[in-house]
Design a protein around this ligand. Structure first.
Ligand SMILES: Nc1ncnc2c1ncn2[C@@H]1O[C@H](COP(=O)(O)OP(=O)(O)OP(=O)(O)O)[C@@H](O)[C@H]1O
Ligand SMILES: [Mg+2]
Length: 441
């Protein structure tokens, strides 16, 4: 884990998220505390539990975005779940433990990908060697056809991909992880930490590897995968992943406000309080069995979010309130925030559209007054219809640029400049009609 200071973390978040300083500070402290904890003497280390956070704020103001960016920054396994997706024990549906299993699954994937990258070069070299061997039976034919001499040249051609369309016989592993296994896997079995998919996968494989005749292009992919697999120690991957999930995992629980309150739902809906009670042990710290092994949840950081308009954090059961000691409020975004959101983030909408149209050889620029106008319009619609925060910018931009998006292939080479006037021209007919803007923007 990179040990950024809280200030540095906030600076990193600033690259993607406008305003919301309070929330950024809170998550930055939480992340830094994890690093601090690693430095604390062993006896005390286990006593220090993460200070979980509730982010309170209206829709589309950056709650999810902050948590997501934080996880990426920390290179931590990050799982986003909706609190409403869970049902209390005894009811049909997802049990809360499944979020820990999902987190571990993500951690395994993460460590595995890192390992793959680490062994990539070796796997590629090894695959290339095998490809060369597989082409040897056709050596004379290949030499003649390409007018080349000797193995060195074959190797060079192979490396440059010039032989990719040639066919070779290679031993390929029988197709595993059949999607069908996914379908038969019922929830109940998954809950026991078993993976039916794996079991059935093996069952249906029908024996060991098979000799197949395929194009070199395809063979290379298979062989690289296979060699990488051989070079990776899955036992170690699993251990690292479990540790990473335990020590660095972040779970983002969205819509926490929707399970606040005691009321039992109608019919098959289960009581919100029940789900809260089920969440308690996980957030407080317990052991969950996964197919990779046991995971302690004590040090997983939980960040939850909700609008809390009809309910309050104080409507949560007291025990759960205690597990989320840090509360931060995110503010509704202003027109000025919108301008900044359009302009500054490294992944800003403006930059996204510019990149998309650049693929069609079109240079798209926005004049400053255009951005102001877009921000103003987005703000106005938010005021008059429903306030969906920065998401409004997406709908407005999409509408504004729809003609360019459609015509782009026929406009290659064009330099398009958007100014306030053209924004008004395109959008004001829709804005005049409130009903229409409700649907389109
Ligand atoms: N403060 C912000 N700065 C930059 N972009 C933002 C900001 N707030 C929201 N956005 C953008 O708006 C979109 C929605 O934001 P996000 O998913 O964080 O909303 P949210 O607060 O989690 O809302 P919800 O309560 O509906 O889940 C994202 O594309 C995000 O990049
Ligand atoms: Mg969200």
């Amino acid at each position: 884990m990179k040990n950024l200071t809280p200030r540095q973390i906030v600076e990193e978040l600033d690259k993607f998220i406008i305003s919301q300083g309070e929330a950024k500070r809170a998550v930055a402290i939480a992340l830094r505390n994890r690093w601090r904890r690693q430095m604390v003497p062993m006896e005390l280390r286990d006593e220090i539990t993460p200070k979980n956070i509730i982010m309170i704020g209206p829709t589309g103001v950056g709650k999810t975005e902050i948590a997501k960016r934080l996880a990426r920054l920390a290179q931590a396994p990050f799982l986003k779940v909706e609190a409403t997706k869970y049902t209390e024990v005894g009811y049909v549906g997802r049990d809360v433990d499944s979020m820990i299993r999902d987190l571990v699954e993500l951690a395994v994937k993460m460590v595995q990908d890192e390992e793959k990258r680490r062994v990539e070069d070796r796997a590629k070299r090894e695959a290339e060697r095998k490809l060369f061997e597989s082409i040897l039976p056709r050596r004379e034919e290949i030499l003649n056809r390409y007018g080349i001499q000797g193995d060195q040249e074959i190797l060079a051609y192979l490396g440059e991909g010039k032989l990719d369309d040639e066919e070779v016989e290679v031993e390929v592993p029988a197709r595993s992880s059949m999607p069908m296994a996914q379908i038969i896997s019922p929830q109940g079995v998954e809950e026991m930490g078993l993976n039916l998919g794996d079991m059935f996968g093996k069952f249906f494989q029908g024996g060991g590897p098979k000799q197949r005749r395929i194009k070199i292009r395809e063979a290379r992919e298979i062989l690289v995968q296979e060699e990488a697999q051989k070079l990776i120690d899955m036992e170690k991957v699993t251990q690292d992943a479990l540790q990473r999930a335990q020590e660095a995992g972040i779970i983002f629980i969205d819509e926490l406000d929707k399970i606040a309150g005691k009321h039992a739902g109608v019919g098959p809906e289960v009581s919100r309080e029940g789900v809260q009670r089920d969440l308690l042990p996980i957030i407080e710290g317990s052991t969950v069995v996964t197919k990779y092994g046991m995971v302690r949840t004590d040090h997983i950081l939980f960040i939850s979010a909700g609008a809390f308009t009809t309910s309050k954090p104080s409507d949560l059961i007291p025990e759960l309130q205690g597990r989320f000691p840090i509360r931060v409020e995110l503010r509704p975004l202003t027109k000025d925030d919108f301008i900044k959101i359009l302009k500054f983030p490294e992944n800003s909408l403006v930059k996204q559209y510019q990149a998309l149209l650049a693929t069609e050889s079109i240079e798209l620029t926005f004049r400053e007054d255009a951005l102001e106008e877009i921000a103003r319009i987005a703000d106005e619609i938010n005021q008059h219809t429903e306030n969906i925060g920065a998401r409004r910018l997406h709908t407005v931009m999409e509408k504004l640029l729809e003609d360019f998006s459609f015509d782009a292939p026929e406009m290659a080479g064009a330099k398009l400049v958007v100014d306030a006037e053209s924004v008004r021209k395109k959008l004001s007919p829709i804005l005049k009609d409130e009903d229409l803007s409700r649907y389109i923007l």
